[in-house]
Design a protein around this ligand. Structure first.
Ligand code: PHE
Length: 337
């Protein structure tokens, strides 16, 4: 029995077979167990002899099984280690990386410039009330200047904001008459325009507002020039043209010299010259009042900057729609800049 068991164990090729053999010899109905159970019928002299032999055999079988188990385990570990080997000398796989959208990039650059000048960033809702979008900005219901901004109305009193200027009122009211107030507000605005190379029903603005004692037009001019130079290079120039906005008096439209920047640096554009990028002016006294300020005590300036306009100029893009189409061939150019 012993020899047969050890031979079979030696031939066992996997853990399952090993287990079967254990049951076969050592299990409840196993061969060895049978022998031990039959010992009762033996004579008193035979019993210890047979018992000793049986125990020896059991010991030998158990030991063999244990050794075999250990061997299987080692083989398994080795197999696994081999399977999981990493060749650290292989070159890495290149992951396609995304890039920041040019409009986002420009918005962030604009934010950086004004954060550097001590402004904080304010926000307001894109779904706005008639009061904040028009009324409090000195555009009563029958005001003809409302035609300048064809609007998407949701109800009579609620619309998609046509400009970021309503945030002026919200920011002023939040100050409870305190000064100084220095904010910018980047965000989306909506107008009922037909899309073409220079118009879109949705675009982006950055609003700016400063309210304090003795804020003057020269502060506005200096701020905008500083901004233009930070954005377009030290050679950039600005030009203020008289204009009209109901919420500023006086009002100006501001052009900057077109400067194109590429891999080889920045240079002035040959053909375009000046491009209008923002509207601005001194905050109208009535608007200050709506914001909770006394126009005899404080004054302020405000501006509204078109992010797309800045991006067109900065990257020499000629169609605003390129920014919205998500054409990879267009967007990839900015990934490398
Ligand atoms: N809100 C104006 C527009 O969208 C721009 C503007 C902002 C003008 C602030 C003056 C002051 O055209």
């Amino acid at each position: 029995l012993r020899d047969e068991a050890l031979r079979e164990l030696a031939e066992a090729a996997d853990p399952a077979r090993l287990n079967d053999l254990r049951v076969k010899y050592l299990g409840k109905k196993g061969a060895l167990t049978e022998i031990l159970r039959g010992m009762g019928s033996l004579s008193a002299e035979e019993r210890p002899v047979v018992g000793q032999i049986a125990n020896e055999v059991r010991g030998a079988i158990e030991q063999t099984i244990e050794e075999k188990q250990r061997l299987f385990q080692e083989q398994e570990t080795e197999r696994r280690l081999k399977a999981e080997t990493i060749d650290v000398t292989l070159p890495g796989r290149k992951l396609p990386t995304g890039a920041i959208h040019p409009l986002t990039r420009v918005a962030r650059e604009i934010e950086d410039v004004f954060l550097g000048m001590g402004y904080t960033i304010a926000e307001g809702p894109e779904v706005e009330t008639d009061f904040f979008n028009f009324e409090a900005l000195n555009l009563p219901k029958d005001h003809p200047a409302r035609d300048m901004q064809d609007s998407f109305y949701i109800t009579d009193e609620i619309l998609l904001r046509t400009q970021t200027s309503p945030v002026q009122i919200r920011a002023m009211q939040a100050m409870n008459g305190q000064t100084p107030l220095k904010i910018i507000c980047p965000g989306k605005v909506y107008r009922r325009d037909d899309d073409d190379a220079t118009h879109s029903f949705q675009f982006n603005q950055v609003e700016g507002l400063v309210v304090d004692k003795n804020i003057r037009m020269s502060d506005l001019k200096g701020t905008l020039l500083t901004f233009a130079r930070a954005m377009f290079g030290p050679q950039a120039r600005i030009r203020l043209r008289p204009s009209f906005f109901p919420f500023t008096e006086p009002s100006v439209e501001v052009d900057v010299t077109c400067v194109q920047c590429g891999g080889d640096g920045c240079r002035m554009c040959k053909h375009t010259g000046w491009l209008e990028i923002l509207g601005a002016g001194m905050v109208h006294p009535r608007v200050l009042e709506y914001g909770g300020y006394d126009p005899n005590e404080v004054s302020g300036f405000a501006f509204g900057l078109g992010i797309e306009r800045v991006a067109l100029l900065k990257y020499g893009v000629d169609d605003i729609r390129s920014f919205y189409l998500n054409d990879m061939r267009f967007l990839r150019q900015f990934a490398r800049m």
